[in-house]
Design a protein around this ligand. Structure first.
Ligand code: URA
Length: 446
């Protein structure tokens, strides 16, 4: 087989066989197919897409590029959640310990920042000492001991995604349904779960900006999951403004610490509790999704979710002292405020632009091997629907990079649209999707 032929075939919209995909991926992982040929193939997939059979083959090949963990010796229904990616999407850091505190084991393999979105791994690694590179044995031991574990793709687990993820990030090939499906499902099917809950983001800051594309992605992910024998269910949630207030790794960890200690950040916690409700229900610890939400809220209220988070940090080598006293974290060299030029109500916030502004500040990567600055980012002071007076602070940014300061403030300011009339904040949960199709979301579970 010839890689150039395969690239050309996809470029012309042809269907790639499982053998051709395997040839390409084996060669890429062994080093006989260079990055530039894989990048060209990814771009061809981006434009020409893949049908369901190709997507399934891609997922299987990526999944079997490494080991598939067997957690059957650990009691309980193991459930994980994965998000398709958003700006300020820090849900996993609250959700995983919260659901584990409700008695459902949560084994989680996450990714780094991708495109304009942040990644759970980068956030966890902003906690000094936190080790996301556990061996398979260590991974299994942590979930057995404390009911939750959070790691990244390794050379043992989902290595194809580890390589491809970094390549897609810097070649403009992220927003592709088959590539997102292969990436997410290969990690998830490798980690030893029984069931999966998906958070499919839609809106300006999501990879799927329209509701239609988000639904198509949801249906593809769910079909791949179900075909592999895993109960898979998803929520389509709003990403028209950043989730919560913080954007940037340590800033987001800090916001999660506050929430785990009982602070209410309404949009963030609404999504977290909804996903928690689904996970606790799917994990067999609640008789309904509503009860799952109530148990999740209770776990936060009683401090059990916070305690579980501290157990996780300690068990994976992180400095618990730093999460207990986040004010001790070193601060950025430069801190700037962005003020509103006018009075009115915030009617929209361009989360895509804020995601890229966060990268410019140092919170994400522009090249595969770029170092990120854990404490860089943006903290919003106003969100959609908030009243704002002329001169009031809209957002604060943090960076060590002197050369970006002058461009950042205007970018943040122009991300905000302020109008005279009152604005209603967006509905966070648009719908639920399962193997039978799409359903309305009316669950409350106060
Ligand atoms: N999350 C992933 O793990 N992969 C993607 O491609 C997008 C979001």
């Amino acid at each position: 087989m010839n890689p150039i032929e395969i690239i050309r075939k996809k470029r012309q919209g042809g269907k790639i066989s499982k053998e051709e995909l395997r040839f390409l991926f084996d060669g890429y992982l062994r080093g006989s197919i260079p990055e530039y040929q894989m990048a060209a193939f990814l771009m061809a997939v981006y434009f020409q897409k893949m049908d369901f059979e190709e997507t399934n083959h891609l997922t299987e090949i990526m999944l079997h590029s490494g080991k598939v963990v067997d957690l059957s010796s650990i009691p309980g229904i193991k459930v994980d959640k994965h998000s398709t990616g958003g700006v300020g999407d820090k849900v996993s850091l609250i959700l995983a310990p919260m659901v584990a505190a409700c008695g459902v084991p949560v084994p989680m393999i996450s990714g780094r920042g991708l495109g304009h979105t942040g990644g759970t791994l980068d956030k966890l690694e902003s906690i000094p000492g936190f080790n996301t590179r556990l061996t398979l044995e260590e991974y299994t031991a942590v979930i057995r001991d404390i009911g939750v574990v959070m790691i990244g793709q390794t050379s043992e687990i989902a290595p194809a995604d580890k390589r491809l993820y970094a390549l897609r990030d810097v070649t403009g090939t992220v927003e592709s349904i088959p590539l997102i499906s292969g990436s997410i499902m290969s990690k998830k099917l490798a980690e030893g779960i029984d069931a999966l809950v998906l958070d499919i983001k839609t809106g300006r800051g999501a990879f799927m900006q329209t509701e239609r594309d988000a639904e198509q992605l949801a249906r593809t992910l769910i079909a791949v999951g179900v075909r592999s024998g895993k109960k898979t269910i998803g929520l389509i949630t709003d990403m028209n403004q950043p989730l919560g207030y913080a954007i940037g790794n340590w800033l987001e960890v800090r916001e999660c610490i506050d929430c785990l200690r009982g602070a209410d950040v309404p949009d963030l916690m609404e999504v977290t509790y909804a996903l928690g409700g689904l996970m606790v229900y799917t994990g067999g610890k609640a008789s309904s999704i509503g009860e799952g939400i109530r148990l999740s809220r209770q776990a936060v209220k009683d401090g059990l979710a916070w305690k579980k988070f501290c157990d996780l940090v300690r068990r994976q080598g992180g400095m618990v002292d730093m999460v207990e006293h986040p004010e001790r974290y070193p601060s950025s060299r430069y801190v700037g405020e962005v003020r509103s030029p006018t009075s009115g109500y915030v009617s929209s916030i361009d989360s895509l632009e804020l995601g890229f502004t966060g990268i410019a500040l140092g919170a994400g990567r522009m090249k595969v091997d770029e170092e990120i600055e854990p404490k860089a980012g943006i903290v919003l002071k106003k969100k959609i629907g908030d009243k704002v007076r002329s001169g009031e602070v809209l957002a604060v940014f943090y960076t060590d990079r002197e050369n970006v300061i002058h461009q950042v403030a205007p970018r943040i300011e122009s991300s905000y649209v302020i109008r005279k009339n009152r604005v209603v904040p967006p509905r966070m949960i648009h719908s639920m999707v399962d193997a039978r199709g799409r359903h309305g979301w009316r669950v409350k579970g106060k």
